[in-house]
Design a protein around this ligand. Structure first.
Ligand code: TRP
Ligand code: SF4
Length: 328
């Protein structure tokens, strides 16, 4: 059953939303049954860009772990931990930084893009340039075979492979060359029709109560051409319909929602009612689990302590071999 080792990380951005659920957690939840799995919160990675204001880092880290557990990530199946509790990652990052050519980092598309696009913080730091080297250390220290990530992370996994190959070639074959496992997921619009994102304030969170979800779905943007109840609509341009594609069974979509919309036989509120009927049974159990988990004092801490010890055994072993290979 265990076909190798899977590892993935998530930056502690605060409460997780449907984008995280379908873009990562649903996938992780399946992987944990099939692979030896390591999932961690990349809090050092958060510092590479948010170093100036770390005030909510601890809080965000806890929220992320609570959301994982609520979404069914199971500490009995997967090793769950926080990056910064394993200084072994930092030590390997240092060693890998010795052999990583600067141009590899300067060429990194994510780096170039962020430097240009992010204007509200100064990203011209050593730490930010080295982001992929730290990520390589995260991955290689567990000898991971597979790294489930979104498409934006592919350049980082490619760089990880190159660093590992260079190390293995310069010294001796220490590191497993990991493969990315691309997580394909449907488009998840926020309540305003743009991509669901914390910075747009358009998210449906895993920690939202069923009432909160209803309050967010009811006023959602629909086909902008459908102004009056009697106007026919077009599901293909409607963000509500994008959510239907995730939650509503195909036959109900095709026999009721689509024709109802196109002929104006149903109104948008009816349509959102159908969506909620399918959405709430998925989201409510997550919400309820989260309320329960959040109320159990010390639980998250206990899980993380056990995860950290589990991770450390593997990390320490790899680090030892890597150091020895480098003559340290
Ligand atoms: N860079 C990843 C992201 O922003 C997070 C991350 C850090 C990661 N270390 C990792 C992902 C190792 C996979 C493996 O999403
Ligand atoms: Fe969108 Fe549904 Fe309204 Fe059609 S009926 S425009 S699919 S919300």
């Amino acid at each position: 059953m265990r076909q190798g080792r899977v590892l993935s990380g998530m930056r502690p951005t605060g409460r997780l939303h449907l984008g995280h659920l379908f873009g990562a957690l649903e996938n992780w939840r399946q992987l944990q049954d099939e692979y030896e799995s390591y999932f961690f919160v990349a809090d050092w990675h958060a510092l590479t860009s948010d170093y100036a204001d770390p005030s909510r880092l601890q809080e965000h880290t806890r929220e992320v772990v609570l959301d994982w557990l609520s979404a069914g990530i199971d500490p009995e199946k997967a090793v769950l931990f926080i990056q910064s509790r394993l200084p072994e990652h930092a030590e390997l990052h240092l060693l890998l930084s010795m052999i990583t050519p600067l141009p590899w980092l300067e060429r990194n598309p994510t780096y170039k893009e962020q430097l240009q696009e992010v204007t509200n913080k100064d990203l011209s730091t050593f730490g930010f340039l080295g982001y992929p080297v730290l990520q390589a250390a995260d991955i290689l220290i567990y000898q991971a075979n597979y790294v489930p990530v979104g498409v934006d992370q592919l350049p980082h996994i490619e760089l990880t492979r190159e660093i590992a190959r260079r190390f293995n070639h310069l010294y001796k074959p220490v590191f497993t060359i990991p493969e990315s496992m691309l997580t394909e997921f449907p488009k998840i619009p926020g309540t305003d029709g743009r991509k669901m994102s914390k910075s747009y304030n358009n998210c449906i969170y895993l920690s939202d109560s069923p009432e909160a979800v209803e309050h967010k779905v009811k006023p959602m943007i629909t086909d902008p051409a459908r102004i009056r109840r009697t106007d026919p609509g077009n599901p293909d341009v409607c963000p509500v319909y994008d959510l239907h594609k995730i939650f509503t069974p195909k036959d109900e979509r095709e026999s009721y929602v689509v024709p109802g919309c196109r002929t104006a036989a149903i109104g948008c509120l009816d349509c959102k009612g159908v969506l909620l009927k399918h959405m709430l049974p998925v989201l409510s159990p997550i919400y309820e689990r989260r309320v329960k988990l959040a109320g159990q004092a010390g639980l998250v801490e206990e899980i993380l302590a056990a995860g950290t010890e589990g991770a450390r055994k593997v990390a320490r072993q790899t680090l030892l071999v890597a150091k020895e290979a480098m003559g340290i």
